[in-house]
Design a binder for this molecule. Structure first.
Ligand SMILES: O=C(CO)[C@H](O)[C@H](O)COP(=O)(O)O
Length: 220
């Protein structure tokens, strides 16, 4: 029985004490570091770029799950491979030739992810789902941490899980945005494999225990 992977979003970390927060995640039961790269064009925020990720990589003791919220992500596939990304996720809405982009990510030895904005239907992935290692369902409108969870996500998870089973696809389902103790169990029950959480973890009084609680959720 697969257990749920927990990927704390570094976007919510204290950037004045980033090494401290990275060490905390290293000591926790978290599985991945979720890295949100934002360009201020695809989303109305600019997060951080290659120099910060290079510093994170030097201290992170868990795989880097890199989420590109940028236009034309093909430009940077090799760069993020060199920066140590284990998973590289691009937005469906930012790709003209998604199948080719997925092939390019895999050619660099990374797992290939596709993220869908809240308004984007999972059905649009049907012809490429077998080539996707991770589908990231945005449960907030991308760009900022600390937003409220979009309730329609539950039904999207169920639809996506049905498609993955129908096509015998390798895809994991990742949920990104507004994940807390109020929705995590229902998301896992609906078929989520990976939970991204930023503010729920980094704003917690005891973040390591908060991660342990997410990790202990029963899986279907
Ligand atoms: O992709 C993101 C925003 O675009 C963040 O990863 C996501 O919002 C997680 O942060 P939080 O758990 O605080 O919502």
């Amino acid at each position: 029985m697969k257990n749920t992977l927990i990927a704390p979003s570094v976007l919510a970390a204290d950037f004045a004490n980033l090494q401290r927060d990275i060490e905390m995640i290293n000591q926790s039961q978290a599985d991945w570091f979720h890295i949100d790269i934002m360009d201020g064009v695809f989303v109305p925020n600019i997060s951080f770029g290659m120099p910060v990720l290079d510093s994170i990589r030097k201290h992170a003791q868990k795989p880097l799950d890199v989420h590109l919220m940028i236009i034309d992500p093909d430009r940077y596939i090799k760069t993020f491979a060199q920066l140590g990304a284990s998973v590289l996720t691009v937005h469906y809405e930012a790709c003209t030739h998604l199948h080719r982009t997925l092939q390019a990510i895999k050619a660099e030895g990374m797992l290939a992810g596709v993220a869908l904005n809240p308004h984007t239907s999972v059905g649009l992935l049907e012809d490429v789902i077998r080539d996707i290692d991770l589908v990231c369902l945005m449960s907030v409108n991308p760009g900022f941490g600390g937003q409220s969870f979009i309730e329609n996500t539950y039904s999207k998870v169920a639809k996506l899980k049905e498609m993955i089973v129908k096509h015998n696809a390798p895809s994991r389902i990742e949920i990104d945005g507004g994940v807390t103790q109020h929705n995590a169990a229902q998301l896992v029950a609906a078929g989520a494999d990976v939970l991204v959480a930023g503010s729920f973890i980094f704003n917690a009084s005891q973040p390591i225990e908060t991660i342990a609680q997410l990790k202990a959720l029963p899986t279907p």
